[in-house]
Design a protein around this ligand. Structure first.
Ligand SMILES: [Zn+2]
Length: 250
């Protein structure tokens, strides 16, 4: 009970009651929290701007018996570009939903917070976010301990092998021998795109958008990671169907 200060980024904002919002904030100090922003949908409310999705804010939160309540908010960075540009909004929504789905409430994770903030700052600037997003997805999976096995066969562990493809169920690439022994559902992954995925783990988010990427590779590694993430989450992501509808991958 009482008041606490925290800084964070709004992952999600949804309507509540007559004029309120419930916001999900990923904070540096307390991890993911939910709070009611009373009156935040009234045009003159001081909370209108600060409670929009992707806003980076400093918040004063009242911890009550029920839901916490946002009592004051100061915008650190509005990230307006991420709401105005449709493609950027689609990517930012996808990342935000990723964090919202996988991170539990009130588990402090300042590394992920700083990584997410750095990612949004990059997304604000780049024109071609595809590789930035792939690097973001891989690194986030690694934070969660769900990183796909790419250096060896995910089933038998051999590190010198011919890949048959990628299996979400097995959690990585599968060698030809294992596949012939017991087939599983495979997602296609060419040798060059396997190499690209490995390099993306180490990639600097700020410069990865300059790497060459043809559309066929973008589609192959994108589809693979989306399928793997939805498999791990055991549910479809709303933001992902929106993003895919914009990407014209057909
Ligand atoms: Zn194997």
């Amino acid at each position: 009970m009482g008041l606490y200060r925290s800084e964070g980024i709004i992952l999600r904002s949804r309507v509540f009651g007559e004029a309120d919002k419930i916001i999900t904030i990923f904070t540096k100090e307390k991890g993911k929290i939910e709070a009611v922003a009373r009156g935040a949908r009234r045009p003159r409310s001081r909370l209108v701007g600060a409670t929009q999705q992707f806003t980076y804010l400093k918040a004063l939160v009242f911890e009550g018996k029920g839901l916490d309540q946002l009592s004051q908010a100061e915008i650190v960075r509005s990230f307006a570009v991420l709401r105005d540009d449709l493609i950027k909004m689609a990517y930012a929504s996808w990342w935000s939903e990723l964090l919202d789905v996988f991170l539990p409430l009130e588990e402090v994770n300042s590394d992920v917070f700083l990584f997410y903030l750095a990612g949004l700052l990059v997304l604000e600037k780049v024109q071609e976010p595809a590789l930035v997003s792939r690097a973001f997805e891989l690194r986030f999976l690694k934070y969660l301990g769900y990183e796909p096995v790419l250096d060896s066969c995910a089933r038998c562990g051999r590190d010198s092998f011919v890949s048959a493809g990628f299996s979400s169920e097995e959690g990585g690439v599968i060698c030809q021998r294992c596949y012939q022994d017991k087939p599983v559902k495979l997602i296609p992954l060419s040798g060059s795109n396997l190499q690209l995925l490995k390099e993306l783990y180490q990639a600097d988010l700020r410069i990865v958008h300059r790497w060459d990427l043809d559309l066929a590779s973008e589609i192959e590694i994108g589809r693979l990671l989306f399928a793997f993430i939805e498999y791990r989450a055991d549910k479809p992501f709303k933001s992902l169907s929106f993003l895919q509808s914009l990407l014209c991958w057909e």
